[in-house]
Design a protein around this ligand. Sequence first.
Ligand code: SAH
Length: 233
Amino acid sequence: MISFVSLGPGDPELITLQALRCLQAADCIYAPVPVSAKGRHSSKAEEMMLALDIRPEQIQLYDLPMSKQREGACAAYSQLAEELIRRERSEPECSLVVVAEGDSGFYSSSAYISEQVEAAGLAVRQLCGVPAFIACNALAGGQLVQLEEQCRVIPGEATEAEWQEAWGSIHTIVVMKGSLCEAEIKRAVAAHPERRWQYFEFVGMPKEYVTERPEEILERSFPYFSIIISKRR
Ligand code: SAH
């Protein structure tokens, strides 16, 4: 069986019991190690699992090239998909797991892998988890949306018309991948004081940072692991 297991946003306590039990019983857990021009980074997924007493020998790390050009990452996902397909056919009794940060069905690279595995005719199962934006909202407190409000999620990039529509609306806007839209968010924070701006980095991790002060958001350099939640006051 091949399972796509969600780890939650960073705090090991935010994994579900179902996901934890699946990891504990797994024969092999595939987890990415981001590799950039600066070298190999630590694997957030591995750190979370070790904090949950998953045995190091269960974890199989794979290099994931991080770059604007997606070819390297796509090649890594295809290679992993091929290995999963080969192992599932030769060792069907094995429990194989691919982990994802946050929820594995929400802007997750798991999609590239599971699509290829399913295209080969193999069954997969997906275990849900806490997405980062939900954990962010809990940190800030209160309702992300209530009554007739709607919520729109923008994954870092949008057209000028889409940004303008978002900031002019009465609804809640969640922006993921803050590093892709730092300039746009800073312009909007300055131009729309009628909106409430909540800014989050590395939620549930030692580097966690949260602010609602526009002046602090304006002087921040947004990392990739940042989220902005904007609500009409
Ligand atoms: N599957 C993930 C989303 C992956 S897309 C989920 O369910 O949350 C990657 C984006 O998620 C990042 O650019 C960032 O905007 C957000 N993200 C993931 N984990 C985060 C964290 N711990 N703190 C802040 N943002 C996070």
